[in-house]
Design a protein around this ligand. Structure first.
Ligand code: ARG
Length: 588
C-alpha cells in the first residue's frame, strides 16, 4: 500500500492544483516543529518566485482548498509561508486499519524480487571468533532480514577464511609438536585417521602461538609458508590435516554464531573455489585482461577519473600462489554461475574498502559479472573500548566473542535480578535472550560505517536507547494483553478506533511511518534506521501508556480500540526486532 506521506502529498498536490499552482509544489514532509504540527508543506515558499507572489498568499490559497479535506484536519498557513498540518483522526485510524489488514502491514513485494548474495561473517578457520568478527555477523544478519522482509531472495554466505597462511601456521605448529604424525610422512600411502589429532581448545592455542612465533623466527615462518604451499597444492597429508582443522573449527563457529542468532545458508570459504582458479587465470590471460609484471600476474583497474591511488589487482603472486583477491574473484565467478545474483553485498571492515574497489573493478573489467550486476560494499567501523581504542580484554588481549557474550549475559542477569523476583533458572534464560538484544542493538543503532564504543553498562540498561528498553516495552504490552485475556477479553486489531488524546494519536502516527522506515532501511541497507524508528515507537508507546487508562477504561468500545492499538504496536515492535535479528522474552 501507499506510504502515508505519499497520500498526504497527493492531497496537498490536489489543493495546489485546485488553487491554480503547480502540483509539484505540494510535497509534504514530517514536521520539524512537532510542537506546532504533525506534518508540513513548504511549497508556497518554493513557488513564490515563479508566481511573483508572497508565499503567505499562496499558502492561504492552498489552505482554503483544504477546508473540507478528509485527510487534513488542519492546514494552517504560518509566516513566511509554511503550511502547518495535522491529519484527521478518522483518516489515520482508517490508514492503520488498512495496514493491520494487509500482509506485512502493507509493505508490498517488489515487482522484480532480486536474488542477492550476502557475504558476511568472514571468520577465519582455526582462529577463535573474536570481537572483530562481531560487527560483520550482527550487521550482515540484520541486512539479510531487512532484505527478506522487503521481498528479496537472500543467500547468506559466511565466506570462511580457510585457504591462507593462518592454516599453514597452524599446520607448522602441529608439525613441530608432533613431527611423527603420519600426515607428515610423505611416503605414506594408506588412509588417514578419521579423528583429528587435536581438539578445538588446542587449535585455539596453536594459532596465536604460531602467529607470534612466525614474526620472530624465520625458520618457523618458512615452515609455515611451506605448509601453506603444500596443503594448497594438494599434498595428501597436509590436505588431510587441513580438512581436520576445518572439521573441528566449523561446528565451533556454528555454535558461537548460533548463540548470536546468526546463521548462514552457505558455509563456503575461500577454499571452495581453489580448483577453479587455474581456469579463471587462463581466461584472464587469454582475453588480455591479466598480464605479468615483475613476475606477478595483475589486472590494471585504474580509471582516468581516479583522484586517489588505485593499485592494480593482483591475481597471482610471483611464486604462483593465489591471494585473497584471487579467491574473491573466483568466488564471484562461481556465484554468478550457480545463483546468477542481481547483487552481491559484502559486509566487511571498512579498512578493506580500497581492496574491494579493486576487486569490483577487476570483476567488471574481466566480465566475471554482467553489466547490471550490482556489487556493493558495506564497510563498518571499529568497536572500541571506553578508552577509544579497539576493544580489548581487561588484560589487553583480544576478546573472544564467546567471552563477550558471556560477560554481557552475566551483567544482564545481574540487572534482571536486581529489580525483580524471578526464579533463577528463568532469569538465566531471559538474560541470554536480552543480552543478545543488548549487544546487537548497541551495535546496530550506530550507522555501520562509524566506530562506536562498547559500553556494557549502557547497552544492558533498561532505560535509554537500548535493546533491553525495547524488549521491556514489548514485554510490558504482552503483560497487559495477558491480563486482558485473563479478564475474558478477546483482542482484535480490527477494533482500532480513532485516537482520543494526543499521546494516542502520536503513537498511531508513529506506526503509520512503518512503511517509510522499511523503504529507507532497505534501500540503504541501514539497520540503524530500524533502531531509530523502534526507539521513537517505544517512546511513543510508553508515553501513551502513562497517559491513558487501558484495562480500567470503562467504555467497552473504547477499551477494545485501545487493546487493538496495543496488539498492533506489539506486532510492529516485534517485526522490527526480527529485522534486527533478535527476539523478545515473555517476561523480564
Ligand atoms: N576473512 C576476512 C577477514 O578476516 C573477511 C572476509 C570478507 N569477505 C570476503 N569476501 N573477502 O578479513
Amino acid at each position: 500500500m501507499k506510504k502515508i506521506i505519499d497520500l498526504l502529498t497527493e492531497e496537498m498536490q490536489d489543493a495546489f492544483e485546485a488553487a491554480g499552482y503547480e502540483r509539484s509544489l505540494g510535497r509534504v514532509t514530517l514536521s520539524n516543529r512537532p510542537d506546532l504540527c504533525e506534518y508540513q508543506c513548504n511549497g508556497a515558499m518554493a513557488g513564490a518566485k515563479q508566481y511573483h507572489k508572497a508565499p503567505i498568499l499562496i499558502a492561504n490559497d492552498v489552505a482554503a482548498r483544504l477546508k473540507d479535506s478528509a485527510i487534513f484536519k488542519e492546514a494552517v498557513p504560518a509566516a513566511p509561508g509554511f503550511l502547518n498540518l495535522k491529519v484527521s483522526e478518522a483518516f489515520l485510524a482508517g490508514y492503520l486499519r488498512q495496514m493491520a489488514g494487509s500482509p506485512k502491514f502493507g509493505v508490498e513485494d517488489p515487482a522484480h524480487p532480486e536474488t542477492i548474495i550476502l557475504d558476511y561473517g568472514g571468520a577465519t578457520v582455526a582462529k577463535t571468533l573474536h570481537v572483530g568478527h562481531l560487527r560483520s555477523a550482527i550487521i550482515g544478519e540484520s541486512i539479510k532480514q531487512i532484505l527478506r522482509f522487503a521481498g528479496h531472495r537472500v543467500i547468506g554466505d559466511v565466506h570462511l577464511g580457510d585457504w591462507g597462511l593462518p592454516l599453514g601456521l597452524v599446520i607448522a605448529g602441529i608439525k613441530e609438536e608432533q613431527p611423527d604424525l603420519v600426515y607428515f610422512d610423505e611416503a605414506y600411502e594408506g588412509e588417514y585417521p578419521a579423528e583429528a589429532p587435536f581438539t578445538m581448545a588446542e587449535l585455539e592455542q596453536l594459532y596465536p602461538a604460531a602467529s607470534a612465533r612466525s614474526k620472530t623466527d624465520a625458520d618457523f615462518r618458512a615452515s609455515a609458508l611451506d605448509a601453506t604451499y603444500k596443503f594448497q597444492s594438494g599434498v595428501r597429508g597436509y590436505r588431510a590435516l587441513w580438512q581436520h582443522i576445518i572439521n573441528v573449527s566449523v561446528p565451533a563457529l556454528q555454535k558461537t554464531y548460533g548463540n548470536l542468532d546468526v546463521s548462514f545458508e552457505l558455509w563456503n570459504g575461500e577454499s571452495s573455489v581453489h580448483d577453479q582458479i587455474p581456469d579463471m587465470v587462463s581466461y584472464m590471460k587469454e582475453n588480455g585482461y591479466a598480464y605479468e609484471s615483475e613476475g606477478a600476474l595483475i589486472v590494471d583497474v585504474k580509471q582516468d577519473a581516479d583522484a586517489k591511488e588505485m593499485p592494480p589487482c593482483m591475481i597471482l603472486k610471483s611464486d604462483g600462489a593465489s591471494l585473497y583477491s584471487t579467491t574473491d574473484l573466483a568466488t564471484i565467478r562461481e556465484r554468478m554461475r550457480l545463483y546468477h545474483p542481481d547483487e552481491i553485498v559484502y559486509v566487511v571492515d571498512k579498512r578493506q574498502e580500497l581492496y574491494f574497489e579493486q576487486v569490483f573493478r577487476c570483476a567488471r573489467k574481466t566480465r566475471l559479472v554482467e553489466e547490471d550486476t550490482k556489487l556493493r560494499f558495506i564497510g563498518f567501523g571499529t568497536m572500541n573500548g571506553k578508552d577509544g581504542k579497539p576493544f580489548k580484554t581487561r588484560e589487553g588481549g583480544v576478546m573472544r566473542l564467546e567471552d563477550l557474550v558471556r560477560d554481557t549475559t552475566k551483567e544482564m542477569y545481574r540487572k534482571i535480578l536486581e529489580g525483580r523476583d524471578m526464579p533463577d533458572e528463568e532469569a538465566r534464560k531471559v538474560a541470554e535472550i536480552v543480552a543478545v538484544s543488548a549487544l546487537k542493538y548497541g551495535d546496530l543503532s550506530n550507522q555501520a560505517s562509524k566506530d562506536y564504543v562498547f559500553d556494557v553498562e549502557r547497552f544492558t540498561s533498561f532505560e535509554g536507547d537500548t535493546g533491553p528498553y525495547i524488549l521491556y516495552t514489548i514485554v510490558r504490552i504482552k503483560s497487559i494483553l495477558a491480563k486482558y485475556a485473563e479478564q475474558g477479553g478477546v483482542a482484535d486489531k480490527g477494533d482500532l478506533s480513532e485516537a482520543v488524546n494526543d499521546s494516542e494519536k502520536a503513537l498511531m502516527l508513529q506506526i503509520a511511518q512503518f512503511l517509510t522506515m522499511v523503504e529507507g532501511a532497505c534501500a540503504e541497507l541501514a539497520p540503524h534506521k530500524v533502531c531509530a524508528y523502534l526507539y521513537d515507537l517505544a517512546n511513543a508507546f510508553n508515553h501513551f501508556y502513562h497517559e491513558t487508562r487501558i484495562l480500567s477504561e470503562e467504555e467497552e468500545g473504547k477499551k477494545k480500540g485501545l487493546i487493538a492499538l496495543l496488539v498492533f504496536t506489539k506486532e510492529i515492535l516485534e517485526t522490527c526486532i526480527s529485522l534486527l535479528a533478535f527476539s523478545a522474552p515473555d517476561k523480564m
